[in-house]
Design a protein around this ligand. Structure first.
Ligand SMILES: NC(=O)C1=CN([C@@H]2O[C@H](COP(=O)(O)OP(=O)(O)OC[C@H]3O[C@@H](n4cnc5c(N)ncnc54)[C@H](O)[C@@H]3O)[C@@H](O)[C@H]2O)C=CC1
Ligand SMILES: O=C(O)/C=C/C=C(\O)C(=O)O
Length: 521
């Protein structure tokens, strides 16, 4: 981190920069824009509808890197507590009017944002790919989901209704909901725009206002989203986007007594820190979507000729989509003994052909994360696991300007109780082990501190339910993976989090409920 007080932060310079970057909607244009900068790009905050230089001087800046090249991409402020509080106060001020807008008004704001995102889909995809390391194709999928986040809640809000009951003819009771207030929305680096908008869209749909903080590792699409919200004429202060790290900016944001709720997605240790920091603020709504170490159970019948290809395809994508950097990835595969050898051989061939570094597999998000994954792969060698695919990537030096590329790794013969099957590696690494029967499969699946997601691959209808209903996971996919309907409850059991989001579950997070009792006479 460094301190600077550069002329890049004048209002005029920020506006000129914003105008220019907005036209960079191809990889080539973005590259030439980056190359044309005399000094590294500096991203500002977006507060009260303005691109905002920090009040505190000099500013502490964080370096953010392009994972595909290892070179410096941009700098961003490490927003200090005083500026965080300013943003919160703008959100609080905006709440007084935004919370009173009609559902129709809020719906049309969300619709406009969704339409504008659609219009600028390629701009967002290009920068997301450059900033996060994911492939452009994957980035496009995620921008599409960000578009759906806004369009889904723009309609949901129009049709939501509350419950009313008659009590023995003597009283009518009904639920009255109101927006819960100002929210801290904190998102991680694996699906930056997708996950930030998964929080922003319901937050403002239900009449709350937000101070959103993306990960310091991937702030670019959040910066662009600020520009887009301004173009969409969302009233100033309804969404404020501040940049910075966890210990300084994130911690100040969640702890502020002026914040009424926190919706967080990220690592379990951070979730624990947030829970601890807010423990005395009972009124604060907390929705924590944390890590996972998700099992994928492959039963022998799933390898029947009619479904074999599908089984391999689903298991491979659940393991390696987005370089395994999705909290829902199935990184522990368990296979029924009778088909174990066949499964291992076929998935290895399939992944080797379809998951090709730099083509269909992107770079991992940061050097720190590269080192973490590399450490686990070294451990696999020490533990004498078998690498069916992949190996230990080279050690990288921060100054070498090399991308953070890790080939997909498929590990077998992993020692029982190994941390490789316990820790969330969150990278392109999967372990495969055999099981003998259904009982053992369920026991292995549940042998984890986490309980976020699971995949069950079988053709037996009764087993789908029998096994599916015993797995300790918030989301179980049978013969599919990452199929999402945005009204279904999304979240985890055990150390994978608390609270659910999506449709009416997001309403629980972003509203307060009171029950009114009206006498009938
Ligand atoms: N979606 C998921 O399930 C994710 C899981 N992880 C797991 O966590 C591990 C560590 O990754 P990190 O980058 O450290 O993730 P993290 O949990 O620290 O980062 C997520 C977000 O939380 C913020 N943050 C960090 N400390 C905070 C605090 N005390 N108060 C408020 N906000 C705070 C960060 O600035 C970022 O915006 C990863 O290797 C992975 O295993 C990480 C990111 C996403
Ligand atoms: O909502 C989804 O479809 C996917 C969410 C993924 C995460 O929350 C994650 O990877 O952290």
């Amino acid at each position: 981190m460094e301190a600077t007080n550069s002329e890049q932060w004048t209002q005029q310079a920020l506006e000129e920069f914003a105008t220019e970057i907005w036209t960079c909607n191809t990889v080539e244009r973005a590259a030439s824009f980056i190359g044309s900068q005399k000094s590294p790009i500096c991203l500002p905050n977006y507060v009260a509808g303005r691109l905002t230089p920090l009040q505190s001087q000099p500013m502490a800046l964080i370096d953010s890197f392009n994972p595909q090249t290892g070179s410096l991409l941009c700098k961003l402020p490490c927003t200090p507590a005083s500026d965080v509080e300013t943003a919160i106060q703008h959100a609080r001020h905006a709440f007084t009017t935004w919370s009173k807008t009609t559902r129709r008004e809020r719906s049309s704001h969300l619709r406009r944002i969704s339409d504008l995102l659609q219009e600028h889909r390629e701009l967002f995809a290009v920068w997301e790919s450059i900033d996060q390391g994911k492939t452009l194709e994957r980035a496009r999928i995620e921008v599409d989901r960000a578009i759906s986040n806004f369009s889904y809640f723009s309609t949901y809000i129009l049709h939501e209704h509350t419950t009313a009951r008659m009590v023995d003819g003597v009283a009518l009771t009904y639920e009255h909901r109101s927006p819960a207030g100002v929210f801290a929305l904190i998102s991680p680096w694996n699906m930056p725009l997708y996950l930030l908008t998964w929080k922003i869209a319901p937050c403002i749909a239900f009449g709350c206002t937000a101070v959103a903080k993306p990960s310091e590792i991937t702030s670019m699409s959040a910066y662009l989203l600020g520009l887009l919200l301004r173009k969409a004429e969302l009233p100033p202060g309804v969404v404020n986007i501040i940049l910075g790290d966890g210990p300084t900016t994130g911690a100040a944001l969640v702890a502020s007594p002026s914040v009424d709720g926190v919706s967080f997605t990220g690592g379990t240790q951070t979730g624990i820190a947030i829970r601890r920091a807010t423990a005395h603020q009972i009124r604060k709504h907390l929705s924590l979507e944390l890590g996972g170490k998700n099992p994928n159970l492959v039963f022998a019948d799933a390898m029947d000729p009619a479904t074999r290809d599908r089984t391999i395809r689903i298991a491979a994508s659940a393991a390696f989509e987005n370089q395994g950097e999705i909290c829902l990835c199935g990184s522990r595969i368990y296979v029924e003994r009778a088909v174990y050898e066949d499964f291992v051989r076929e998935i290895t061939e399939y992944v080797a052909e379809k998951y090709v570094l730099r083509k269909t597999v992107g770079a991992v998000a940061s050097l720190q994360h590269y080192d973490k994954i590399r450490g686990y792969l070294q451990m696999a060698v020490e533990e004498k696991a078998t690498f069916k695919l992949g190996g230990i990537p080279p050690a990288l030096d921060k100054d070498q300007n090399q991308g953070y590329w890790i080939n997909p790794a498929i590990l077998t013969d992993v020692a029982s109780g190994s941390v490789l099957q316990k820790d969330e590696i969150f990278g392109p690494v999967v372990t495969i082990s055999p099981f003998e029967d259904e009982e053992e499969a369920v026991r292995l699946a549940n042998d984890s501190e986490y309980g976020l997601a699971a995949v069950v691959l079988t053709n037996d209808g009764a087993r789908m339910r029998r096994v599916g209903e015993r797995i300790e996971a918030g989301m179980v996919w049978v013969n599919c993976w990452l199929v999402r309907e945005l009204g279904t409850p999304f979240g985890g059991m055990k150390n994978s989090g608390t609270g659910r989001e999506g449709g009416e579950y997001s309403r629980e997070v972003f509203t307060v409920v009171r029950t009114l009792h009206l006498p009938s006479d």
